[in-house]
Design a protein around this ligand. Structure first.
Ligand code: GAL
Length: 957
């Protein structure tokens, strides 16, 4: 019989016919993986369903195939849509649009001949957003709660031999109102489907309680089981013991993110053997601090969405492992699973490799903010069960992961009784973990005070427990006693985030500030190709969405393909668990171990001295093993006499041995100090004088345009410029928030016009004066180019003087020149190897570096200013035809397009190399900040128009 009852779609109830939630575990009970190609039909809405599609005999051979797991929009069915806060449908809870794309899925499978008697469960690990299930035509039930498992009892419907599973999945449902996370709207069976045999005498559920007493080193283990079972943990001498214990061990190795020790064992019943991994640790909020095993934590975290640019929210095990390895290799120690529980496999990796996890419930109702929170589900009793159900399913699924140290009720869902009820249920079910929810500003039902994007000044106030009071004195007193975390900060959208160093300084100064989670781990760009096959990453609006939030979806520390962005390198440096201060004045090296748990015996140290970037000597540095929190001060090593020029002493801490997440030699931390002055360009020979003909001015090896005074040629090298440049292709942080970029454009910074005030040949050489100003205004920049030369080199003394009002910061002050397109390589001595701006410089060390021009670019998903190298002393730009050497002190950008082309591009594929290479040599830049969501550039990193000088020596090569 056709079953066209679809009332469940708009029913607030979380589901029907489901099994009670329970722990996720692996056992030796047989299971059948049902992933793979399924038959699929896309229906436009509930009026377009296929009657009888669930019948085993239904002929689906004319249907398409769709892989399970997958997000159907990434397989050409419908289209992805991105909104941050706005629901992409009218707010009319619990109703959803008639246009409700629905996928009809069918798959036949054969039950193996040796499939045991007993119950069979069908488990769906993630279906977005609502679905109903039939096995052999028998309806098993329906469910909602996209990022959480749903199990149905299949026992009575299961047959020997051939079975047919039919699933109907709806894009929109009442559940969608609870799933308004800032991400792509994607649908389908996007995590695995399995048939699990539950043998007679098997175990449905268990709850491991493994506490650690840091005062004695003892561990206490208690495992609650849903049926009688035996526990074996060889390393602790337990064999077939009663799991309930409690078993007290005088000494256990505790679990921490820094040293994730797991005891492997088994729970056995007559019907089943279950693998268990026990990590002993005790989480507590005491004395106003979040502690694990008696020590306060400093969370160096990231918010992680599940994302893959090809498969969306369907992630392979390899991809999850890549995330964990990348995080560990970048000194990250914590993950908030924003804003839903991740695949269980990810948490297993966190247990194994060591990451503190804040496990978040699949709940966000942010879009109700746009209607003043009217009808917000978290404050409406009709939704109580749906909210509680979500919380139960996270806690029950993930309760046995030692990495999970906090439960989070969800994200941006306002406040309401349902959240309080979720907190109460959780506290009762699992008193061993504190509860987090940022939206509870008064912190009435949570155990940590959490905020997002508080600026540095406010964060400092909170650090001093001097924040403004909340309305209710009792709640205020409670909140003031809580530890503080920034569950989101440092919005990593595009170029940036700036200001990380300053946040970290606060975290390391005020014990109440226990760190935070950078927003966010990965750009959710979708891989697409142009007609001619070039890849780019699409963002909101690229799929014709009528309502969307553009590239706000691309705000991660790694690019969509998981290439680390410069922001990740910066974060790694800022959160180093070992601090190395090399002090040139006192000639000492101070090493501080800022791990929370681990001593430094896993590290080895070495130093290297370099003169003008040329390494001259290096050796191991003997550093005594430091306990967490300990520091030591060592004298500088014996160094050979420094010659001419600048000496840089670099001290590095690296892994002494292989760790599961990185090889011996992997760098953890470094420090640097500089003595002396960089070598100057060779002293000039006898000064050249200007030779003038009708159509040219010549000075030493250079030729200028006699009318404009512009440099045209240096030896054999044609060039155009250098000319004053104050523009940059606005970054996301310039564009959003207080919209600095709009002010720049209104002022006309991107369209300065230049008038030559004078081209003056004098005894020194050539002096060119220009006035650059925007149309319609009387503010101007007067630039004086003083050129001198000898036979081989050209010197430029440039000064810039603002005139009139400059009421806004300027992007940069420097010069731009164009070189021939055959220039393809950059060698420089300065900061590198990566991109850096004045508030994102921590990771850039002094040294000599070489990169191809193309590799100097950071391909941010939305093109914008990028690729700057700071404090460059010397650069050589070369190619087959020769090249240019520039000496001085400047910031350097080299690219195959102009800032204007970069500004105009919407995607990376819009940028095409031309026949010139553009070089910016800057005296200064405006900082980056994180105003796309959070504080802008700090005052000390703000560039104001002011008298500026730049001295450069140019030499043709
Ligand atoms: C927060 C939110 C995140 C994300 C971020 C901005 O308000 O919790 O999900 O939207 O802002 O990227």
């Amino acid at each position: 019989m056709a079953d066209l009852d679809t009332d469940y779609v708009e029913d607030r109830a979380p589901g029907h016919g489901r099994r009670a939630p329970r722990a996720r575990f692996d056992s030796d009970a047989p299971r059948l993986e049902l992933d793979g190609p399924w038959r699929f039909r896309a229906a436009a809405g509930l009026g377009d369903l296929t009657p009888g599609f669930e019948a085993p005999a239904f002929d689906d051979t004319h249907w398409d195939r769709l892989p399970v797991p997958s997000c159907w929009q990434l397989h050409g069915v419908g289209a992805p849509a991105y909104t941050n806060v706005t629901y992409p449908f009218p707010i009319d809870p619990p109703r959803v649009p008639d246009e409700n794309p629905t996928g009809e899925y069918r798959r036949a499978f054969t039950l193996p001949g040796d499939w045991p008697a007993g119950r069979g469960l069908l488990r769906f690990d993630g279906v977005d957003s609502c679905f109903a299930v039939w096995l052999n035509g028998v309806r098993l039930g329906d469910g909602k709660g996209s990022r959480m498992p749903t199990e149905f009892d299949a026992t009575d419907a299961l047959r020997p031999g051939r079975n047919v599973l039919a699933v109907r999945v709806h894009q929109w449902s009442a559940g969608s109102y609870l799933e308004d996370q800032d991400m792509w709207w994607l649908s389908g069976i996007f995590r695995s489907v399995r048939l699990l045999s539950r043998p007679a005498g098997g175990l449905d559920d268990f709850f491991v309680h493994a506490d650690y007493d840091h005062t004695t080193g003892a561990g206490t283990l208690r495992v609650e089981t849903s049926a009688a079972a035996r526990l074996t943990l060889p390393a602790l001498g337990l064999t077939d013991a009663d799991p309930a214990g409690p078993h007290v061990f005088d000494h256990v190795v505790p679990w921490s993110a820094e040293q994730p020790h797991l005891y492997l064992g088994e729970l056995t019943t007559d019907g089943e053997r279950i693998h268990v991994r026990v990590g002993f640790r005790t989480v507590a909020v005491e004395d106003g601090l979040l502690k694990v095993n008696g020590r306060p934590l400093l969370l160096r975290g990231v918010n992680r969405h599940e994302w893959d640019p090809e498969t969306g929210r369907t992630l392979s095990d390899d991809t999850m492992l890549r995330d964990v390895l990348l995080m560990k290799r970048h000194n990250i120690n914590a993950v908030r699973t924003s804003h839903y529980p991740p695949s269980s496999e990810f948490l297993a990796l966190c247990d194994e490799y060591g990451l503190w996890v804040v496990d978040e419930c699949d709940l966000e109702t942010h879009g109700f903010e746009q209607v003043d929170w009217r009808g917000n589900p978290t404050a409406d009793a009709h939704w109580r069960e749906a909210c509680l159900d979500r919380m139960r399913r996270v806690v029950e699924r993930d309760k046995n992961h030692p990495s999970v140290i906090m439960w989070s009720l969800g994200n941006e869902s306002g406040t309401g009784e349902n959240l309080a009820a979720m907190a109460a249920w959780t506290r009762d079910r699992d008193p061993s973990r504190p509860i987090h929810y940022e939206g509870d500003r008064d912190s009435g039902y949570v155990d940590v005070y959490s905020r997002m994007y508080a600026d540095h000044a406010e964060t400092e106030l909170i650090g001093r427990a001097a924040e403004p009071a909340t309305g209710d004195p009792e709640l205020d007193a409670h909140r003031r006693r809580l530890p503080f975390i920034l569950c989101e900060y440092a919005h990593a959208m595009g170029n940036g985030p700036g200001g990380l160093t300053e946040y970290q300084r606060l975290f390391e100064t005020y014990p109440r500030l226990q760190g935070g989670f950078v927003w966010e781990w990965i750009d959710h760009g979708i891989a697409r190709r142009t007609a001619d096959g070039r890849q780019f990453f699409a963002y909101g609006g690229d799929f014709g969405e009528p309502v969307h939030d553009g590239n706000f979806v691309a705000d991660g520390l790694v690019l969509p393909d998981r290439t680390p962005s410069p922001g990740l390198a910066e974060y790694k440096k800022v959160i180093e668990p070992v601090r190395i201060a090399v002090d040139a004045d006192a000639r000492i090296i101070e090493v501080r171990n800022v791990h929370d748990f681990r001593d430094t015996s896993h590290l080895r140290f070495r130093w290297q001295a370099a003169d003008d970037g040329e390494p001259c000597t290096e050796a191991a540095l003997d550093v005594p093993v430091l306990a967490p929190g300990e520091r030591t001060v060592l004298p500088w090593p014996d160094l050979p006499d420094a010659g001419e020029g600048e000496r840089v002493l670099t001290v590095v801490a690296e892994l002494a041995h292989d760790e599961p997440w990185a090889r011996a030699g992997h760098e953890i931390a470094w420090g640097q100090a500089v003595t002396g002055e960089p070598s100057r360009a060779p002293e000039p020979g006898p000064r050249a004088t200007v030779r003038r003909t009708a159509d040219r001015l010549e000075l030493g090896p250079a030729r200028f345009d006699p009318a404009t005074g512009a440099l045209r040629r240096l030896g054999g090298l044609p060039l155009d410029g250098p000319r004053l440049d104050v523009w940059r292709a606005p970054t996301d942080n310039d564009v959003l928030g207080p919209r600095l970029a709009d002010r720049w454009r209104a002022f006309g910074l991107h369209r300065l016009t230049t008038r030559v005030l004078g081209v003056d040949v004098n005894a020194e050489g050539l002096t060119v004066v220009t006035r650059a100003a925007p149309a319609g205004g009387d503010s101007a920049l007067t630039t004086t180019y003083r050129w001198q030369a000898d036979d081989t080199a050209l010197r430029l003394h440039l000064t810039v003087e603002p005139a009139g009002d400059w009421p806004l910061p300027v992007p940069r002050i420097g010069v731009r020149l164009a070189l021939p397109g055959w220039i393809d390589t950059v060698d420089w001595y300065g900061r590198g190897p990566g991109e850096a701006y004045r508030d994102t410089t921590a990771a850039a060390r002094l040294g000599r570096f070489r990169r191809g021009v193309d590799a100097m670019q950071t391909p941010y998903v939305r093109p914008q200013e990028n690729g700057n190298r700071r404090e460059v002393r010397r650069a050589r730009l070369t190619g087959d035809g020769g090249g240019l050497e520039v000496t001085g002190g400047f910031d350097l950008t080299v690219r195959r397009w102009t800032s204007e082309q970069l500004d105009a591009a919407r995607h990376t594929c819009d940028l095409a190399p031309g026949d010139q290479v553009y070089v910016n040599l800057d005296a200064a830049h405006h900082g980056i900040g994180t105003a796309s969501c959070g504080p802008g550039t700090l005052p000390e990193h703000t560039l104001h128009a002011g008298p500026t000088a730049l001295h450069l020596t140019l030499r043709g090569l």
